[in-house]
Design a protein around this ligand. Structure first.
Ligand code: SF4
Length: 378
């Protein structure tokens, strides 16, 4: 990128002007990662100061049986496969009961599109989970793809489905099922019927009922930067209309046990660029989140200087050494490790709930830790 264009983009951003599609593509073309990081960092600081949010949540997948076979998916199984499973509602409740003493404030529930489970299973699960976990644990459940699937299996409209799920205890939809909205890319990797039209219809409807929802983007597979820009701009336009998106979550594609396993994975630099450009383009979403399990702890920590203000992933009190991705990334962090990770990057950790209301503000950077090599779990 020549210095003239750089100056033009800097001026536009500092004047608070909205970036265009071409601006977004140009930002992806720069090799000056630190320049891009500074621009994104200024925007995240304007919105969130020196806070880095995290919440104590757990993930629950009640079934991995799915009618679809999306090319990037490592999770789905077909009925009868050795490791296919579907929980009885009592099993899901027992699991949730075991998680409750860990101080969680959110249960994140997504499932496969099960071919034969009846619609009643879903509101019944929620109401029993709600009864078990009480009112202080938000049930963030189901992607827009699942809601669209429920329309098909129940004969009800999304409006009726959401009302029933809200009555049963639903706090928020999840942001999944978005992947990449551009049709030329989407038709090659997504194997179900929920595309931009239905995904946006369902989130718009959720927003109209007062719900705040996250939005995701799966990047680093067969898409190009222009498809990421298009994805974010669609969301930005919907956000102008509803104001209902609370956070944006770029998710790095993993080439693990799926039909795209032959592809290489995005590098740390590519991830940082994606966070930074997303922060700059999606100017009306309050938060940008890094799911550290999918990015590794090193990239996650650096992302805090590239537009990210929220680190997501399970936090526990005691160390568990399971390796989430085969590259040494744990699938859970202790609270102390997470606090150190945030402080060592120069930020103030804040535990939040699903709506980003602050539960506790912790001490910021600890100068004593600068006297020796900073490490996680030392
Ligand atoms: S809908 Fe696609 S991404 Fe979701 S579980 Fe099924 S195959 Fe995986």
């Amino acid at each position: 990128m020549d210095s003239g264009l750089k100056r033009e983009l800097e001026d536009k951003i500092s004047a608070g002007e909205r970036l265009s599609f071409d601006d977004g593509v140009a930002l992806y073309e720069t090799d000056d990662l630190m320049w891009l990081g500074q621009l994104a960092h200024a925007k995240r600081t304007e919105l969130n100061g020196d806070a880095v949010y995290f919440n104590v949540n757990r993930h629950l997948n009640m079934t991995n049986v799915c009618s679809a076979s999306c090319a990037y998916c490592s999770f789905q199984r077909k009925p009868g496969e050795a490791d296919a499973y579907t929980m009885r509602i009592e099993e899901a409740v027992r699991l949730a009961e075991a998680m409750a003493p860990e101080g969680l404030t959110e249960l994140h529930i997504v499932n496969g599109l099960h071919p034969t489970l009846p619609w009643r299973y879903y509101p019944k699960s929620l109401s029993e989970l709600r009864a078990t976990l009480g009112p202080n644990v938000a049930l963030k459940a189901f992607t827009a793809t699942e809601i669209h699937w429920f329309e098909r299996i129940s004969g009800l409209s999304a409006d009726e489905i959401l009302d029933e799920l809200i009555d049963a205890g639903l706090s928020s939809l999840t942001g999944g099922g978005a992947e990449i909205f551009d049709w030329d890319i989407r038709k090659q990797i997504v194997d179900h019927d929920t595309h931009w039209e239905d995904w946006s219809r369902i989130h718009r409807l959720a927003h109209s009922k007062g719900m705040k929802t996250p939005a995701t983007m799966l990047y680093g597979h067969i898409e190009e930067p222009r498809h990421r820009v298009d994805h974010v701009l669609r969301l930005r336009e919907l956000q102008d209309e509803t104001g209902g998106f609370i956070t944006f979550i770029p998710l790095r594609f993993h080439n693990d046990n799926n039909r795209l396993s032959h592809l290489p994975m995005a590098t740390g630099a590519e991830a940082l660029k994606t966070f930074a450009v997303s922060r700059l383009l999606f100017d009306n979403v309050p938060h940008v989140k890094c799911f550290w399990v999918m990015h590794g702890l090193t990239t996650a920590q650096l992302s805090l200087n590239f537009g990210v203000d929220d680190l997501d992933g399970s936090v526990v009190e005691y160390k568990i050494t399971h390796d989430a991705d085969g590259f040494g990334t744990p699938d859970k962090l202790t609270r102390t490790d997470l606090l150190d990770l945030i402080r060592d990057a120069g930020f103030v950790p804040k535990e939040r709930n699903t709506l980003y209301e602050v539960i506790e503000t912790f001490d910021g950077p600890d100068p004593e830790r600068r006297q020796k090599p900073q490490s996680i779990g030392a």
